[in-house]
Design a protein around this ligand. Structure first.
Ligand code: 13P
Ligand code: SF4
Length: 304
């Protein structure tokens, strides 16, 4: 039996669902029950009432979020090595240090953080709703981490003072994009629409026609009549973009933009995870309850 068939059979037998992030390998996206961005995957994890197991094909913080929002389910991360380096950049000690400096200022954390950090914030956000969350807060100044680029973008959009914590948190994959490559591609495809993830630099934001989360890019590309798109985010998204829009052309703004952590979830590892029911992601109390409050606040402020 082929590996794909074996996975689908085990999935049925064990009442499991496979949720995959937009950056997963093409073959992983193709066997998933649902492919989405981080806020969509969080919502989906809450909705999976009938499933007994959630295989979360993504990185550590996303699987942790699923475990926090769905404590009665077994959440499996196929590869223990799939860890987001940006999420490691903000420690609890660092948050405490900033809270001493700004005791009355709310702490907003990007979901790309570990559960232990989320337990120390007032509200979470994702790249899809960061602007709405901070707009909705009754505060003119916020502490925001760990992505400095997203912090700057939100500051530009909301007009509020957004203090990045730590000062220089970043995504190593999105930092690989530079406007020079976009200019070269634009010379070749003058009508191309440029889509940029907010984890990219300010210089990249300046050459963007559209800035948004991975799924927001999918929606934008579907609805935009233009035929060619230059895409500045991790290469996995291009599989979904091409699948959904076979008549359009999608060009990665920098060929080397790969998140090696996301790619650790191979079909083989997904099969083994399902078969041996490993690696179970759990979040201890009281961290889970505190982090859940911050995630629920995000849903409350954004209306879903
Ligand atoms: P999205 O929420 O846009 O999918 O982003 C998640 C992420 O890790 C970006 O690097
Ligand atoms: Fe983390 Fe960047 Fe990979 Fe997203 S692309 S999971 S932010 S390292």
């Amino acid at each position: 039996m082929e590996l794909t068939e074996k996975i689908l059979k085990l999935k049925r037998e064990k009442k499991a669902v496979i949720l995959a992030h937009n950056y997963q390998r093409s073959e992983v996206q193709d066997i998933a029950d649902y492919v989405g961005d981080s806020v969509e995957l969080s919502r989906k994890a809450m909705e999976e009432e009938d499933a007994e197991i959630i295989v979360f094909a993504a990185v550590d913080f996303m699987a942790e979020t699923a475990a926090i929002l769905n404590p009665s389910k077994k959440v499996l991360l196929p590869s223990t090595g799939a860890r987001c380096p940006m999420a490691q950049m903000l420690t609890v000690d660092e948050i405490k240090r900033w809270k001493v400096l700004y005791p009355l200022v709310p702490v907003v954390l990007y979901v790309n953080t570990l559960a232990s950090a989320k337990a120390y914030c007032d509200v979470c956000c994702t790249s899809a709703n960061a602007v709405d969350v901070i707009d909705a807060l009754d505060a003119e100044t916020v502490l925001f981490g760990p992505d400095r680029n997203l912090a700057e973008y939100v500051q530009e959009k909301t007009g509020k003072t957004v203090i990045p914590i730590p000062e220089h948190g970043f995504c190593p994959t999105h930092l690989l994009f530079h406007p020079e490559e976009v200019h070269v591609l634009k010379a070749q495809y003058p009508k191309a629409v440029v889509m940029v993830h907010p984890e990219c630099s300010a210089e990249m934001r300046r050459v963007a026609d559209f800035i948004g989360s991975t799924s927001q890019m999918c929606r934008y590309a579907r609805e935009n009549p233009e035929k060619t798109f230059i895409v500045a985010t991790e290469e996995g998204l291009l599989h979904r973009l091409r699948k959904e829009n076979p008549d359009k052309r999608f060009i990665l703004a920098y060929e080397g933009a790969v998140c090696p952590n996301m790619k650790l979830n191979t079909l083989e590892r997904i099969y083994l995870a399902l078969k041996e029911e490993k690696h179970v992601i759990t979040v201890p109390e009281p961290i889970a309850s505190k982090a859940r409050k911050a995630l629920e606040k995000m849903f409350e402020l954004t209306g879903h």
